[in-house]
Design a protein around this ligand. Structure first.
Ligand code: CU
Length: 298
């Protein structure tokens, strides 16, 4: 009997340990886009979209540096060459056709070489077609709600962990209770909206920045090649708890994602939020209702 109890205890301990280690997302705990001392530029690109943005930023920056350098040298030369002590009597030249045509044509060409990749990037960012899956992201005062459109019942809230409840390894004002878990190497569409005020769904290293607007869905997308944890913030001043609604994304291999979906569907049932006010249609004549003093002309 004693042996039986001991075996039972060992078995229970084993089950507990297995449960503790069964978080399918634990392989992706590395903070991929962590800032480091004396960092310049953007965080390391975590998605092709952010890589495009990085490239365009550098491209325009070096064109701009060339323009500033050229104009600066030209002005320095003009100030030196035509200084008052050397040119007591100013010249009276007012026109030079070649120079005038040049200073129209060259800046126009510069704008053209900037605008073509810029428009290219805008179209690339807007192309959320054919995603592997769609997550509806709803901003609330002050937490996020994630609804996996294709997974029945998978709709949960994500709150920042308060400073006094942080566990070892969790990051102050970045870690959340339930992160957004996404599979790597797949195109994910975000349908972004809000239930109350304007919020901002901002993921710096993934190149996503969209306003969450009540009554409207704004879309974006991402594709994360590398497993790990990525962070973002609400970047639209949305009230008292604006700084307390970080976004934590765990990007995991597909098998881990599917394992997590099973666990999450069971675990998050009590965490499921009540139906969003957005799911019921707005009153037909909401503005007249809101302003009863505004009499109709009849
Ligand atoms: Cu917000």
């Amino acid at each position: 009997m004693k042996i039986g109890l001991g075996a039972c205890a060992v078995l229970l301990l084993g089950v507990r340990l297995a449960l503790a280690q069964s978080d399918p997302t634990s392989a992706a705990n590395a903070y991929v886009d962590a800032p480091h001392d004396w960092q310049m530029w953007f965080p390391a690109a975590g998605s092709p979209m952010q890589a495009h943005i990085d490239w365009l930023m550098q491209y325009v920056l070096w064109i701009m540096a060339g323009v500033v350098g050229f104009v600066g040298i030209l002005m320095g030369y003009a100030m030196y060459r035509f200084r008052a002590s050397r040119n007591p009597r100013p010249g009276h030249v007012t026109h030079n056709t070649l120079i005038e045509v040049t200073w129209i044509v060259v800046p126009t060409l510069l704008l053209a070489v900037i605008i073509i990749p810029s428009i290219n990037l805008i179209y690339y960012e807007a192309d959320d077609s054919n995603p592997y899956m769609t997550v509806t992201v709803t901003g609330h005062q002050w937490y996020w709600e994630y609804n996996y459109n294709a997974v029945p019942g998978l709709d949960y809230t994500s709150y920042m962990i308060p400073d006094n409840e942080l566990k070892p390894g969790q990051l102050r004002r970045l870690s959340v209770d339930h992160p957004l878990v996404l599979p790597i190497g797949k195109k994910i569409r975000f349908n972004i909206t809000s239930s109350d005020v304007l919020h901002g769904f901002y993921l710096p290293s993934l190149g996503v920045q969209r306003y969450a607007i009540p009554g409207t869905i704004v879309t974006s997308w991402t594709e994360i090649p590398k497993a790990g944890t990525y962070y973002g913030e609400c970047n639209q001043i949305c009230g008292e708890g604006h700084d307390a609604m970080p976004i934590e994304i765990k990007a995991v291999p597909m098998a881990d994602y599917l394992a997590w979906v099973k666990v999450a569907q069971a675990d998050y049932t009590e965490n499921t939020v009540p139906a969003s006010p957005l799911s019921s249609p707005l009153p037909r004549n909401q503005f007249a209702d809101a302003a009863p003093g505004a009499a109709s002309p009849r």
